[in-house]
Design a protein around this ligand. Structure first.
Ligand SMILES: [Zn+2]
Length: 125
């Protein structure tokens, strides 16, 4: 988990422009992929293949995706797709990180708004 900046000292104007900047910098949302790319050594299933004796094939690139707490899926990635998959995964993390930052800013802005709306305790005249 990244260290969260303390936003309470940053001016509202700066927070708003920071939020604007974060939203502008988002990578194309159609080019995202959640998962991890890893190298794997596989068995082919042929009983007399060398891989059945422990000498597995590979490495091959493999995309592993967690679906929920007990389910995973994945598939091999051909060499020609590796760069694209890598970039899309990177985009996914960037989008997620920026959404998280925007969300932090919005929470801080909401807090300030709430404090402003509070009726002043000081009695007028
Ligand atoms: Zn084999």
């Amino acid at each position: 988990m990244a260290v969260r900046e303390n936003l309470s000292k940053v001016s509202t104007l700066a927070l708003r422009s920071r939020r604007e900047g974060l939203a502008k910098l988002l990578p194309p949302l159609v080019e995202v992929l959640r998962g991890s790319l890893m190298e794997r050594y596989l068995t082919c299933g042929k009983p007399y293949c060398k891989c059945a004796r422990g000498e597995r094939h590979g490495p091959v690139w493999y995309l592993s995706v967690t679906l929920d707490q007990s389910h995973r899926t994945g598939s091999t990635v051909p060499p020609g797709q590796v760069e694209q998959v890598r970039r899309w995964i990177e985009n996914y993390h960037q989008v997620k990180e920026r959404l998280e930052k925007i969300s932090d800013i919005n929470r801080e802005l909401l807090r300030r708004q709430k404090n402003q709306d509070k009726p002043k305790k000081r009695a007028e005249k």
